[in-house]
Write a protein that binds this ligand. Structure first.
Ligand code: GRF
Length: 197
């Protein structure tokens, strides 16, 4: 019986697409839901075009009531019954109640070499700090933002004259390789760090 994977997005969904394109053939899982907090997220149409169920729960009507928004997301997820949840460019800070509810089966991709540069503007901060390299990480989600156990990383050298956009453009294709590779291992119960070069 295939495992069920729900994917949470806020934007274009290129990581979601790479996960779905990998979940075919002998892959032990299949996508069961793509959910977005942004009804205009380009990724929703890409998921629907693949015949994947989609849900949009607009966070704006919830205002500052994060718990109520997260509770609505949990309701939608419980209906989809996922074994694993992948955050893929889901730009919402989650409540501790939500991370506790799904802890141990929720992953996130973050565009830095964690534990460095949690939060936003990761590439600009790596360049400003004069780092020699940058990259991306897949980690388990816990209550600490971008702070859970790291399961995979991929890196690129930072080149003379690099810009945040230029770096992002070189790292995103690595994200599209790293996340599917880590998801396959995670579903098989493998938790050792995967270094993709
Ligand atoms: C990715 O760079 C991801 O690391 C970050 O948000 C971006 C989402 O891109 N959290 P996409 O929507 O998957 O194309």
């Amino acid at each position: 019986m295939s495992k069920r994977v729900a994917i949470l997005i806020s934007g274009g969904g290129s990581n979601m697409v790479s996960l779905c394109e990998d979940m075919v053939g002998d892959h032990p899982a299949r996508p069961c839901l793509v959910l977005s907090n942004n009804p205009d997220a380009g990724g929703l149409a890409k998921a629907a075009a693949r015949g994947i169920e989609t849900v949009a729960i607009d966070h704006r009507p919830f205002g500052k009531d994060r718990a109520a928004f997260d509770a609505a997301v949990t309701d939608a997820l419980e209906r989809a019954e996922p074994d694993v949840i992948c955050l893929a460019g889901f730009m919402r800070i989650l409540t501790p109640e939500f991370t506790a509810r799904w802890e141990g089966r929720m992953l996130n991709i973050h565009p830095s070499l964690l534990p460095k540069y949690k939060g936003l503007n990761t590439h600009a901060r790596a360049i400003e700090a004069g780092d020699a390299e940058a990259g991306c990480s897949v980690h388990e989600v816990t209550a600490e933002l971008d702070g859970g156990p790291i399961l995979g990383q991929a890196r690129v050298p930072i080149l003379e004259g690099d810009t945040p956009d230029g770096l992002a453009a070189r790292i995103l294709p690595l994200e599209h390789k790293l996340y599917p590779a880590v998801l396959r291992r995670f579903i098989k119960g493998e938790r050792e760090l995967l270094n993709l070069s």
